[in-house]
Design a protein around this ligand. Structure first.
Ligand code: BTN
Length: 264
């Protein structure tokens, strides 16, 4: 059985989502680019694309996602209703954190959905939505997990900020097994988005990096905002308090911590 068929079967046997179509390539420019082509021609929900490596992996905010062999590069097509689409990136983060926990690695979530382990980046998620008159039509959810990456294959400037399941002493480092675990947990949290979205928010808070009360910078296309990290609200927005005491709700941006609050 090839790897794509084995993934479909593994999900069926663990009661996970049924994957109507899976492609597993040795190399792609980007699994999300391939998935978006299929989405535009009407591919069904839970179509999944995987690659052993990507030559043009994409990260959030126009960044590159280094994609040498030894990583999981997975994109999955979802067609959430508008309400669910808003919280989908958080649900995906929770799913990935739970999946890696199954391999003995404690992942923590940095808003909106970076998965860190020992303070270093273990996984990233890129949710790209296409909308029409009726709202969100589909979301290409791209998930990259550093499974058995050789840090030597990463650019030098990334080596200190990135980790992998292997480096964290995971109990398994087979990208197919990690894909199965991620998709199974994603199925659970995708259902929760429809049935009880606040459970998703609560699960995200439970797994968040413990930075509440710390001073952070949030970088976005609008610039950098500095403030104290207060909360994740029920709509999935980050709430920070600016130095003058004013609070701001942020719906996008890259968070970095400046220093720990006294006593935390
Ligand atoms: C981030 O910047 O943290 C998000 C990284 C998302 C990377 C994944 S790998 C699979 C999919 N294909 C891509 O080109 N990007 C996403």
């Amino acid at each position: 059985m090839d790897r794509a068929a084995a993934l479909v079967e593994a999900l069926v046997s663990r009661g996970g989502p049924q994957l109507p179509k899976v492609e597993w390539h040795e190399e792609l420019v980007s699994t999300s680019d391939r998935l978006k082509e299929l989405a535009r021609s009407g591919a069904p929900e839970w179509t999944a694309i995987l690659a052993d490596r990507q030559s043009g992996g994409r990260g959030r905010d126009g960044r590159t996602w280094q994609s040498p062999p030894g990583g999981l590069y997975l994109s999955v097509l979802l067609r959430p209703s508008g309400e669910c689409a808003r919280l989908l990136p958080l649900a995906a983060g929770v799913a990935v954190a739970e999946a890696v926990a199954g391999f003995g690695v404690a992942g923590e979530l940095k808003w909106p959905n970076d998965v860190l382990a020992s303070g270093r980046k273990l996984a990233g998620i890129l949710a790209e939505a296409s909308s029409g008159g009726a709202g969100v039509e589909w979301v290409a959810l791209g998930i990259g997990v550093n499974v058995a990456l050789d840090p030597e294959r990463l650019p030098e400037e990334l080596r200190g900020s990135v980790t992998s399941l292997q480096a964290q002493g995971a109990t398994g480092t087979d990208p197919g097994a990690v894909a199965g675990a991620v998709l199974a947990r994603l199925g659970v949290w995708y259902d929760a988005l429809r049935e009880a979205p606040l459970r998703v928010v609560a699960a995200w808070r439970e797994r968040a990096v413990p930075w509440w009360g710390s001073l952070v910078d949030v970088r976005s296309s609008a610039g950098v905002l500095r403030g104290r990290l207060l909360a994740l609200d029920d709509d999935g927005a980050l709430v920070i308090e600016l130095s003058g005491g004013e609070t701001r709700r942020l719906v996008s941006g890259e968070v970095s911590r400046l220093r720990q609050a006294a006593g935390s």
